[in-house]
Design a protein around this ligand. Structure first.
Ligand code: ACO
Length: 438
């Protein structure tokens, strides 16, 4: 939510006066933090049997579903901050695990806190041996995101204690486990799909390095990740770590609001992330670049998009209407990665698509700019990740954000089970006619 008025910035209370033209009655509705409470509208009725006024907001375009202190976004100005720290500084100066700590605890860790945090997560990177059998049950060509979603849900059966969500100890343990084990499950999903043996975690490597080892180690006694590539992956995890009340985070909060265990809620969040309009977008970007095929085909493709035959994937954002600050960081990161791996030939098509789209009225008018996913896929591909692993990589970074938002939701005194209303436009009451007479 962006502060737009003085009252919002200072948190002082103001009010909104509403005249109901149906009845002539006037209502004074308090404004707090730039919002009115939707429930305050319920008193606006035409008579005793009127339910009361509701707001209609499909897709929650203008509804704040919670108060949060985790992530701030100003979509017009292209600002993204975690706990007040600009994303640019976090990406430059911190590791993913420091950022995960920040999201969950509100402050950056001291050296001692970071050591303890890293050790706690690292000691939870191994998964139960039965998880291998679970993975083995999937078809050889199962999508790794489907496997990841299922494996995260399956963890709840290994750790029934996690159901005690009112225990701070259990919540902390689940946090270590989910952040620690998510890369292991992700790598297992990949290894299964390639028919390669699972690689156990190497706890002497850092978070991203260990993940690369579990993904790509073959016969070498010790996998040594390239430091530039491991750092690039770590930065991508930071950029994806949280993004306030997006679709998957809302899923985490909504499912968690029924007080289900966090593994099940995280699995639901990952399922939301799987969709092509959310975490599946970078996968779609690469497919799109393949479909375009070459720079010369770019104008024809843009024409198709403008005629409504498909979207320019990796462009547009519900919140950012100027630029996505993550996309700017990623573009720079791509140069560093390509210096090590060689230039991805699809980069030229992407650059041309961006160049043409940014000058085109269709995209300018609709405020469509490259989002985080436009270039991330090219980096992932340069790091040798297959396209269908892209949403899984997104989920690895976002896990810390989901957990931070879930914890905030649970500790919120105003929390209730999420249960939106509807506008019923179906049939009035009617009587059932027996099958023989229909
Ligand atoms: N290509 C072409 N046209 C687009 C695009 C696009 N990528 N995105 C939006 N539009 C157009 C729509 O057709 C619509 O045009 P109209 O007003 O003429 O009907 C207008 O822009 C508004 O689009 P909406 O879908 O209403 O915008 P919304 O805010 O709901 O959607 C979204 C945001 C889903 C990200 C959208 O821009 C999109 O589909 N982008 C492509 C998928 C993508 O890159 N997703 C990743 C998002 S970032 C993330 O999840 C990490």
């Amino acid at each position: 939510m962006q502060p737009s008025t003085e009252a919002q910035k200072t948190g002082t209370t103001a009010s909104l006066t509403i005249t109901d033209n149906r009845t002539g009655k006037v209502y004074d509705i308090p404004i707090e933090n730039g919002t009115i409470k939707a429930i305050d509208l319920r008193q606006i009725k035409t008579g005793n049997d009127d339910f009361g006024l509701m707001t209609y907001d499909p897709a929650f375009l203008n509804t704040a579903a919670c108060k949060s202190t985790i992530t701030f976004i100003d979509g017009e100005k292209g600002i993204l901050r975690y706990r007040g720290y600009p994303i640019e500084q976090l990406a430059e100066k911190c590791s993913y695990l420091e950022v995960a700590y920040l999201l969950l605890n509100g402050e950056l860790p001291t050296k001692a806190q970071l050591e303890e945090w890293t050790t706690s997560i690292t000691t939870h990177t191994f998964v139960h041996e039965n998880m291998k059998k679970f993975m083995d049950g999937f078809h050889y060509d199962a999508h790794p995101m489907g496997m990841f979603i299922s494996a995260v849900a399956a963890l709840s059966t290994f750790y029934p204690g996690a159901k005690r969500i009112d225990s701070a100890f259990e919540r902390q343990l689940t946090t270590y486990r989910l952040i620690g084990k998510a890369p292991t499950l992700a790598a297992y999903a990949y290894r299964h799909s390639t028919g390669m043996p699972y690689v156990l975690p190497d706890n002497d490597l850092d978070y991203a390095g260990n993940f690369l080892s579990m993904m790509f180690k073959i016969a070498e006694p010790r996998y040594s990740p390239d430091p530039v590539l491991a750092k690039a992956l770590d930065v991508l995890f930071i950029l994806h770590a949280d993004h306030e009340q997006n679709c998957s985070t809302s899923a985490m909060r909504n499912v968690g609001s029924s007080l289900t265990d966090p593994y099940s809620a995280a699995s639901a969040a990952a399922a939301a992330l799987y969709g092509p309009l959310h975490g599946g977008a970078n996968e779609e970007v690469l497919r799109m670049l393949d479909h375009v095929g070459g720079i010369n085909n770019v104008p024809a493709f843009i024409k198709e998009v403008k005629e409504g035959r498909g979207r320019l994937m990796g462009f547009g954002h519900r919140i950012y209407k100027n630029f996505d600050p993550r996309a700017t960081i990623i573009k720079r990161l791509a140069d560093q990665v390509f210096e090590v791996t060689g230039r991805n030939p699809k980069l030229d098509i992407a650059l041309e698509l961006e160049r043409i789209a940014l000058q085109d009225d269709y995209f300018i008018k609709r405020k469509l700019y490259p989002n985080v996913d436009f270039y991330s896929g090219l980096i992932y591909q340069a790091l040798r990740f297959p396209t269908d692993m892209f949403p899984v990589l997104f989920a690895l970074g976002r896990m810390s954000g989901w957990l931070a938002q879930w914890q905030e939701m649970l500790l919120d005194e105003e929390k209730k089970i999420a249960r939106p209303r509807q506008v019923y436009l179906g049939k009035e009451k009617r009587d059932v006619v027996m099958l023989s007479q229909r």
